[in-house]
Design a protein around this ligand. Structure first.
Ligand SMILES: Cc1cc2nc3c(=O)[nH]c(=O)nc-3n(C[C@H](O)[C@H](O)[C@H](O)COP(=O)(O)O)c2cc1C
Length: 214
């Protein structure tokens, strides 16, 4: 269970409620300075409970969204649904890779069992006269990053991965995706089985230029 008392997280503000323009928070900055994903195979129980998942996805949905289209949705896999999904996933895998050995097949069957909770983030782009597809996809990406940050702040370890299943038409059918929908990420949430270590990071200095007219 999360060390955070969900009751202390503000309820969803109502439209046009007055809000603080800034939230100076050293804790938030400390989290951002050290946040790190935990690989799915390192995850174990406990994961977030139903109330925590609901809160997590409410917070993750508070992202910039040009046109207020909410161009994303979530599919939650918990309990037996993870295994039931794996039982169907492995059939698709065997069709794609008939020569794969038993061990690999079993990996696919158990794929979602690596974490107590698995959440698929679905990008759903809708044709719009003013809002380009690109901006709708970016908005879904922002949701993904908030899932990482909010899960970490709730005390859970998490990884955002896609792997082959995010790009397979049969898996899309299994997920019951509609036209314009794509898997933006599959989020594995739980508790880290052991310590994690930092990965190589880009040097911001190499990525920043300052524009000038000359
Ligand atoms: C859209 C997206 C898809 C990803 N898919 C994979 C994947 O399939 N396999 C993988 O090993 N990492 C994948 N990653 C990277 C993992 O999230 C990886 O754990 C990440 O680089 C760790 O970075 P962090 O510690 O800053 O969160 C993906 C990342 C993103 C944003």
């Amino acid at each position: 269970m999360s060390p955070i008392n969900l009751g202390e997280i503000p309820a969803a503000p109502q439209n046009n409620d007055e809000l603080a323009a800034t939230h100076p928070s050293l804790e938030t900055l400390q989290l951002l300075a050290t946040r790190r994903s935990t690989v799915a195979r390192m995850l174990t129980e406990p994961g977030p409970n139903a109330e925590e998942v609901k809160t997590l996805l409410r917070l993750a949905s508070r992202v910039p969204d040009h046109g207020k289209l909410a161009p994303w949705r979530f599919i939650v896999f918990e309990g037996n649904a993870r295994q039931a999904f794996g039982d169907k996933l492995v059939e698709i895998f065997k069709k794609n890779e008939p020569s794969a050995d038993h061990e690999r097949q079993e990996f696919e069957r158990q794929r979602f069992m690596r974490a107590p909770i698995v959440i698929a983030l679905i990008s759903r782009v809708q044709p719009h006269p003013k809002i380009p597809e690109w901006e709708q996809v970016l908005s879904a990406g922002a949701v993904g990053q908030i899932i990482l940050i909010a899960a970490s702040a709730m005390g859970y370890a998490v990884q955002w991965i896609t792997e082959w299943l995010a790009y397979d038409d049969d898996v899309n059918k299994l997920l019951k995706l509609s036209e314009g929908e794509r898997v933006a990420g599959i989020f594995y949430l739980g508790t880290a089985q052991g310590p994690i270590t930092e990965r190589a990071r880009p040097m911001p200095g190499n990525l920043i230029t300052h524009w000038s007219a000359s």
